[in-house]
Write a new protein. Structure first.
Length: 412
């Protein structure tokens, strides 16, 4: 059914892979083909080690002394700067903390404050739901109008009524990529600001926030950054906005001198004013440890491997899967696609359940989308063969028809 040559080719690609040594930096469960690093990245051994250290040593033994001894006070900035290297930000413009949703709320208020006389927030109608919910909520608080458009209409709809444009750089479903430079330039030409969501970008797809002159950005710590479930997110504010931008959640960690315990809020200089309360030190430390796996790795090398993984997958997809009734959703042109692929099938949910029972993990997005992420630091080309062969076996045997696969679980 699947010619062995398919696997020979993939094994050869693994042997020639310049990043192949990186897989050993992760805990990968035996027998698991994990293609969901775009939802929850695998555990880096360095994150586990750092977690043990912060819990046992810094918290257990150091207790409150660790605020200074382990420099917990600047952890949000230090982790932010490490993320910055992966997304083209010079130091001092990123802090890690809170969730992506909360950070979007903060950035949206900051941006609207800078464009008080404009009425509109422009976004993609297919943006990730939490982004749409936060945008709608802030628009209601601020009396703004939200324009939700298909991607093809965004660029031409940027005009002088737009205060801020909120877009996800790599679409969570299709993996389609927006041209960050073009849209940011068009926004600025019309006096508007941009907020980019980098949830599916950071750690997988290169981007250059400083060079594109991006105003604000946000992103997740638990996807390609491998910071663990619910890991702290991050936010970016361009240095040029930092002295005059404010954010709505003015808590004591954003204060100039929090330990003066003064009763009036006076924002810290720089990126620190975008913090709110006491950071989650354990989670931030684990994320800090997780980022070790990116040391010495160039984003271009990650991108190159991820592109060739998707290309290999698509070759097999065309030969073996397309005839089984799957419909490709992702872009074929690698310049316009991130590090995951999505395709649909009427029985997508049942097929994904059957795959999970065979140790092949991707995820399902309603109504009928199967999504598989290629995390170039730890995924191998041979896993693509396992994925395709497993789908074929499930289709040919009819294994997906098992009745309990049709019962929806709470998390897909
Ligand atoms: C995963 C994801 C989020 C998640 O937000 P949380 O606040 O971390 O739950 C937000 N936006 C996009 C585009 C995502 O893909």
């Amino acid at each position: 059914m699947t010619p062995p040559s398919m696997f020979d080719n993939l094994a050869a690609l693994d042997a020639a892979d310049s990043l192949r040594g990186k897989r050993a930096l992760f805990h990968i469960p035996d027998g698991l083909t994990y293609l969901d690093g775009n939802s929850l990245g695998c555990l880096p051994l360095s994150a586990q080690k750092r977690g043990n250290q912060v819990i046992g040593g810094e918290w257990g033994d150091g207790l409150i002394r660790s605020w200074l001894a382990a420099d917990w006070l600047t952890l949000s900035q230090r982790v932010g700067d490490r993320i910055g290297r992966l997304i083209g930000s010079a130091a001092g413009q990123i802090v890690a903390g809170d969730s992506t949703s909360i950070n979007l709320h903060k950035m949206l208020h900051s941006a609207l404050d800078l464009r008080p006389n404009r009425s509109t927030i422009l976004t993609d109608q297919g943006n990730f739901p939490t982004d749409l919910y936060i945008i709608d909520g802030v628009a209601k608080q601020r009396g703004k109008w939200v324009r939700k458009l298909p991607p093809s209409e965004i660029l031409a709809s940027i005009n002088e009524t737009v205060a801020v444009i909120v877009l996800t750089h790599v679409d969570y479903k299709s993996a389609a990529i927006y041209d960050m430079e073009e849209i940011t330039a068009q926004a600025h030409a019309n006096g508007a600001l941009v907020i980019w969501d980098l949830a599916h970008t950071a750690g997988a797809v290169p981007c250059d926030l400083d060079r594109c002159q991006v105003d604000f950005a946000i992103g997740c710590g638990y996807k390609y950054l491998n910071g663990g479930p619910g890991a702290p997110a991050f936010l970016y504010v361009a240095r040029s906005h930092q002295s005059h931008a404010r954010q709505p959640l003015q808590g004591w960690f954003g204060h100039k001198t929090p330990f003066d315990f003064s009763s009036a809020f006076d924002p810290a200089a720089g990126i620190v004013r975008f913090l709110c309360g006491t950071p989650s030190v354990i989670a931030l430390s684990v994320l800090d440890g997780a980022l070790d796996v990116f040391e010495g790795v160039e984003m271009a090398a990650l991108r190159e491997k991820s592109d060739s993984m998707v290309a290999e997958f698509l070759t097999l997809y065309d030969t073996y899967l397309e005839p089984e009734g799957f419909v490709l959703i992702s872009e074929r042109d690698s310049r316009r696609r991130g590090s995951h692929v999505a395709f649909s099938h009427r029985n997508g949910y049942e097929i994904m359940r059957a795959l999970a029972d065979r140790g092949v993990i991707g995820d399902f997005r309603a109504p009928d989308v199967l999504r598989f992420g290629f995390a170039p630091l730890y995924n191998q080309f041979s896993e693509i063969g396992v994925l395709v062969a497993s789908i074929l076996e499930i289709m040919h045997s009819g294994a997906w028809k098992q009745p309990d696969y049709a019962v929806r679980q709470a998390i897909t």
